[in-house]
Design a protein around this ligand. Structure first.
Ligand SMILES: [Zn+2]
Length: 153
């Protein structure tokens, strides 16, 4: 019933996705720094400004995803992974497969999208202090309390 292998795989998937994003963000930041030297005409300048805008949008999206992944890793570690932060119910395995770092069940997600001022019903914003997300390393894995993780399988 508790699929430790699946959890380990998920943990590793999240970690490697995280590394990929970090690399991507570094690349974005580097290109955001702009190229220097050489003579540039206005067309070049316009092109650069366009691509900077695109890059910064990508960087923003990547860092949001990164935040979600960190969030999911912490939840894995705390044994709250798979629990909806809105209603405290279980997030379906199907949804977790599609969105491994989702922290809301499909119902709460829909409510949230419908209501701009939506707030979690059950769990107060206990995990919303993302500034306090601890740094995780592979060594933390053995301490994950998988006994509390449940899947609808
Ligand atoms: Zn929910």
């Amino acid at each position: 019933m508790i699929r430790r292998d699946a959890l380990l795989r998920l943990y590793n998937t999240l970690l490697s996705r995280r590394e990929e994003l970090l690399r991507q963000l570094n690349t974005d930041m580097t290109s955001l720094g702009g190229s220097s030297g050489g003579s540039r005409d206005e067309a070049d300048a316009a092109f650069d400004s366009d691509s900077e805008e695109i890059n910064s949008t990508l960087a923003e999206r990547d860092s949001e995803e990164l935040t979600s992944i960190d969030h999911a890793l912490v939840r894995l570690k705390q044994g709250t992974y798979g629990t909806c932060e809105g209603c405290g119910g279980k997030i379906s395995a199907k949804r977790l497969n599609a969105l491994p770092y989702s922290s809301l069940c499909i119902d709460c997600q829909r409510e949230k999208e419908d209501q701009p001022d939506w707030e979690p019903k059950a769990l107060a914003s206990r995990y919303s202090q993302l500034g306090n997300v601890p740094t995780l390393s592979g060594d933390d894995m053995p301490h994950i309390n998988i006994a509390r993780v449940q899947f609808d399988s």
